[in-house]
Design a binder for this molecule. Structure first.
Ligand SMILES: *[C@@H]1O[C@H](CO)[C@@H](O)[C@H](O)[C@H]1NC(C)=O
Length: 149
């Protein structure tokens, strides 16, 4: 019996591990966002950010979705390639001055910096449809409940 996987299978297995998505736990994400100054950033409580991330990506840092207009949304906050970052799908204003794929890193530092830039615009978090639908004007206390922050 062979103890080792045939080489192609071994390589495939390594690849799968290497690209495995980091999916945050709710409180883990809350803590990370708080540590990066997101609590009350532009007046939005931490719970707003956790709620947003849940409905945009289910806390999956590698979430990518294609929009009808051909642009894509990236990462935990589903940041759009048409405006905020560069990707091969479209000419972008690249307002966050970043390659969109940087928004898929498990550490989410780039996502946080870019989200801060996004909410500095007048419409704030209302640029995110999922936030408007599920989080705006809601009682959000459950999103950070039980978290040791
Ligand atoms: C929000 O919900 C929590 C329970 O989930 C409740 O204790 C609290 O009073 C509510 N706050 C408001 C403003 O309704």
């Amino acid at each position: 019996m062979k103890a080792l996987l045939p080489r192609p299978l071994f390589l495939l297995a390594s690849f799968v591990v290497a690209v495995q998505a980091k999916v945050y736990e709710r409180c883990e994400l809350a803590k990370r966002l708080k540590d990066h100054g997101m609590d009350s950033y532009q007046g939005y409580s931490l719970a707003n950010w956790v709620c947003l991330a849940f409905f945009e990506s289910s806390f999956d840092t590698e979430a990518v979705a294609r929009n009808k207009d051909g642009t894509h949304n990236f990462g935990i906050f589903q940041i759009n390639s048409g405006w905020w970052c560069t990707y091969s799908d479209t000419a972008s204003d690249n307002l966050c001055e970043i390659d969109c794929q940087e928004l898929l890193h498990p550490g989410i530092e780039h996502d946080i910096l870019c989200a801060k830039r996004i909410v500095e615009d007048p419409q704030g978090m209302a640029v995110w449809d999922e936030w408007k639908t599920h989080c705006e004007n809601q009682n959000l206390t459950e999103w950070v409940k039980g978290c040791h922050l």
